[in-house]
Each structure stands twice: as structure tokens, then as C-alpha cells.
Design a protein around this ligand. Structure first.
Ligand code: SF4
Ligand code: FES
Length: 385
């Protein structure tokens, strides 16, 4: 068992990510939720969630991200927002907007909602609805106009990939026109439902470079007016991202059934036990649990991370990606150019962008090449019972 953290040197989490439900009307092909979703009857009750938020506030949490699935699927959302605000948390709602009427929005704002992040799949309804598996784009545009009328923070989230990146400029113009104060653009990260769809979603290097150029220019143009932030796609990066700001360093995620996870994908790591808030307090989980201590700090690192100058910058990358691509969560993230497995990532990318498909097992190197396909064959996100 890893050594428990010293609370004096490791302060509590800055943000709590509450996946209050896995239910969602959309079926996005890159959803980062686990393939095994939590059923409605296993979701925490209203009182249990409020207890979690109270504990989080005592532990020093500043921001609460209410997410899912689709958090609007919970009829008690207004109550949850009110309780969080009462505990002094900055409340951010991450939503598709489906299920949000003008009245419900007003109630949420009235209850103390500070910020809302609304996701879009594309600038055009046809492809947007295809990626979402639902006719949703028009409704999102309508609710965005309502959101902009309120005095709350408003971010538009845009997810880009091989099949929509060419419309990036239109997507940015759309977000600008909707009155967002902040735009967040993320290339798809390959977790959850994006893994079986990786062969359809991975962009080419030329697309990535073009998109980064578009984003850099837009950032300059929007400076002082709209904050534009973007995430470089991992599979093309030279060094990995500092996933979650480091394992057990800044964030704690609670899944719909009350299990506390260091990140949204941590269940891909075999043998790791997760504590439930029904059995243990948040403070104990954060400082004492095996799961939060397992990859904290540097002691667990293998070479080349162990002796690398960047280990305090990126913490060796993403543990879940290391597990999925290398079969070892303690390995150097294979997207790192210093990883001995980087060639496998390059092979995965090369195969995918040639029009072949990567095996659904998600293991690099195990290709199932098929003929070039014009139309995508999606694995749509299902819904829990
Ligand atoms: Fe980061 Fe490890 Fe790569 Fe160094 S070797 S850059 S610490 S992932
Ligand atoms: Fe789990 Fe990166 S998603 S550590």
C-alpha cells in the first residue's frame, strides 16, 4: 500500500467534480464516461450529495463542477445548487443544455449558480446531431440565447476531431455570436466511449497543426473580450499533459454512486479499490486512501520519468492512458516522446488516419485494418438502466 499523504504538505482538493448522474439524453461518440455506466437506482440521494458538498467545503474545495451524464436529468438539481452555494462553493454546471428551459435556468441562477458550460458538437446541425446521436443542436442554440441574458459566467465548450475540425472557424464564430465570455476547445481525448470510436475520430497531423494555428490567431483576435483556451491533442504532443494537475493533487471526482476517484477514467486501472462516501469521509479518502496515494508524488515513477527534468511539470502524464496503451499504469505515458512505447502511439495514429480501424480493445498495435470507409461507423454511448 502506498504511503498516506501528509495533509500539511498536500492540501485538500481545489475542485470537486460531481458526476451526479450518468443518465443523458445524448449519446456522444466521444463521451468520457466509463463504458460501464451507473444505473439510476444506484445514484446518491439528494441528502447524500449535500453531505458530500458540505464535507468538500470543509476540506477546502473552492469550486464544484456539477456534471454527468447530463446533470439536468436530476430533478433535484436546483436544490443541489442551492446547498452548494450555501456552503460557499463556486458552482459550475457542465451541461448539454438539453432539458433546460428558460424557467429552470432562472431557478438555477436564483439558487446561486455561478457559471455554466454549454457543449456544442459542431457549427452545423447535421453533423452535430450525428455526433450526439440526437436532434439537439437547434435546442442548444435556443437555450444559449437564454443563458446569455443572465449575469452568470458562460463558457461554450467545443470538442473537435477529424470529422469536424475543418469547421473550427465556424464553430468559434458561433460561440462568439452566442455571447460566451469564455470558449474552451478540446481535441477529443481517448477515454471512455472515444476509445472504440478512435479510428473514426483521430485527426491527421495536418489537421492538428492547422487547428492550432487557427486557435492561436483567434486567441489573439479575441484577447480582452473572450478568453479562449484549448487543449493540444495528446497523441500528437511531444510531451503528455499533466493529467488532472497530477494524481491526487488538485481534483476529486465523485461518481453517481458515491465512489471517489482521482480522475474520470481511473476504473480502467485494474486492482485499484475506490472508497465510497457512504463508508468513508472525504478527508480520509483524500489523505489516507490507497487509490488517492497510489500515484501521488514521484516515488511510484519508473524510468524514464524517474530521472526526467519534466517529472514535476507533467507528473509522467496520464496514468489511465499508460494503462490503456502500455498495460501498466505506472509506466511513462506512451504519448511522451521519451517513452519506449511512443512508436506504438505513432502506429495507432498512422493506421487510424489511413482509414483503417483500431481494434475495439483499445490496445495499441492490435489493428483490424478494413477498407477505407466514407461514412463513420459509430459506437454510440448507451444509457444506464
Ligand atoms: Fe514527462 Fe515522464 Fe516524458 Fe519526462 S519521461 S517528459 S516526466 S512523461
Ligand atoms: Fe486518469 Fe489521466 S484520466 S490519470
Amino acid at each position: 500500500m502506498a504511503t498516506p499523504t501528509n495533509p500539511s504538505t498536500n492540501p485538500g482538493p481545489l475542485a470537486l467534480i460531481a458526476e451526479i448522474t450518468h443518465r443523458c439524453p445524448l449519446h456522444c461518440v466521444y463521451c468520457s464516461n466509463p463504458l460501464e455506466l451507473t444505473a439510476r437506482e444506484r445514484e446518491l440521494s439528494t441528502a447524500a450529495w449535500i453531505g458530500v458538498f458540505e464535507q468538500g467545503a470543509k476540506l477546502g474545495v473552492m469550486q464544484l463542477d456539477l456534471t454527468g451524464g447530463e446533470p439536468l436529468a436530476r430533478p433535484d438539481l436546483v436544490e443541489l445548487v442551492r446547498a452548494s452555494r450555501k456552503n460557499g462553493l463556486y458552482v459550475n454546471l457542465i451541461t448539454s443544455g438539453i432539458g433546460l428551459s428558460a424557467d429552470r435556468l432562472a431557478e438555477l441562477v436564483d439558487a446561486g449558480l455561478d457559471h455554466l458550460q454549454l457543449s456544442f458538437q459542431d457549427a452545423e446541425a447535421g453533423p452535430a446531431d450525428e455526433f450526439a446521436g440526437l436532434t439537439a443542436h437547434g435546442k442548444k442554440l435556443a437555450i444559449a440565447r437564454e443563458i446569455a441574458k443572465h449575469r452568470i459566467g458562460f463558457t461554450v465548450n467545443l470538442v473537435v476531431h477529424r470529422r469536424n475540425v475543418r469547421r473550427l472557424e465556424e464553430m468559434l464564430a458561433m460561440a462568439e455570436g452566442l455571447g460566451a465570455q469564455r470558449i474552451e476547445v478540446a481535441h477529443v481525448q481517448y477515454y471512455g466511449w472515444a476509445v472504440p470510436n478512435r479510428g473514426e475520430l483521430l485527426p491527421t497531423r495536418e489537421q492538428v497543426e492547422w487547428s492550432l494555428d487557427v486557435l492561436a490567431r483567434a486567441q489573439e483576435r479575441l484577447r480582452g473580450r473572450i478568453r479562449l483556451e484549448y487543449v493540444t491533442p495528446d497523441y500528437y504532443a511531444r510531451f503528455p499533459k499533466a493529467c488532472m494537475g497530477g494524481w491526487g493533487q488538485k481534483l476529486m471526482l465523485i461518481d453517481p454512486a458515491g465512489f471517489a476517484l482521482p480522475c474520470h477514467a481511473a476504473r480502467v486501472i485494474p486492482g485499484l479499490q475506490f472508497e465510497n462516501v457512504g463508508m468513508r469521509g472525504l478527508e480520509w479518502i483524500w489523505s489516507e486512501s490507497e487509490s488517492f496515494n497510489k500515484y501521488r508524488g514521484e516515488e511510484w515513477m519508473e524510468e524514464p520519468c524517474r530521472s526526467c527534468d519534466r517529472r514535476a511539470v507533467d507528473f509522467g502524464g496520464c496514468r489511465c492512458q499508460a494503462q490503456m496503451l502500455a498495460g501498466d499504469a505506472a509506466a511513462t505515458d506512451p504519448v511522451c516522446s521519451l517513452s519506449p512505447l511512443r512508436a506504438k502511439v505513432d502506429a495507432t495514429v498512422a493506421e487510424a488516419v489511413r482509414g483503417g480501424r483500431v481494434s475495439e480493445a483499445g490496445g495499441a498495435g492490435e489493428f483490424v485494418p478494413v477498407a477505407e470507409v466514407a461514412e463513420a461507423r459509430w459506437s454510440y454511448r448507451l444509457n444506464p438502466r
